[in-house]
Design a protein around this ligand. Structure first.
Ligand SMILES: [Zn+2]
Length: 133
């Protein structure tokens, strides 16, 4: 399955690429940093260097397989690009990323853009949150 996805994205099938794609697809957490991917590979007994992980993730991003989010606080994560739009909350206490989608917010954004005589091409909304005391 991974082989076909790589070919479809115009990438040659190599072992590190297949392994990293598998990690991204099978992880419970949809949002992983390069270090997270590296650690998961180590746990799975796969010897792929961190530099390779960075390189492959960047290639995946260029090929449209994954999206990179550069969250504030030096928190960069990657997720499989499934073509579905969603927004994010980043927990500043522990770095957890929560996905959400709100029809109301989407509509409101279009209304606001319209009011300014423009239309939305793309948007990303990130809420920085912390655990409620
Ligand atoms: Zn996401």
């Amino acid at each position: 399955m991974e082989n076909q996805q790589l070919k479809k994205a115009g990438l040659k099938v190599t072992l590190p690429r297949v392994k990293i794609l598998q990690i991204l697809e099978s992880s419970e957490d949809r949002h992983l940093s390069a270090e997270d991917v590296y650690k998961l590979l180590l746990e799975a007994g796969d010897d792929v260097g961190l530099a390779t992980v960075y390189r492959v993730l960047t290639q995946f991003e260029s090929a449209g397989l994954v999206t990179r989010h550069n969250f504030e606080g030096g928190h960069s994560v990657f997720e499989i690009d499934d073509g579905e739009h969603h927004d994010h909350m980043v927990n500043v206490d522990d770095g957890t990323v929560i996905e959400f989608f709100s029809e109301e917010i989407e509509e409101l954004q279009h209304k606001i853009a319209k009011k300014h005589g423009v239309e939305i091409v793309d948007h990303s909304l990130v809420l920085y949150v912390k655990n409620k005391k």
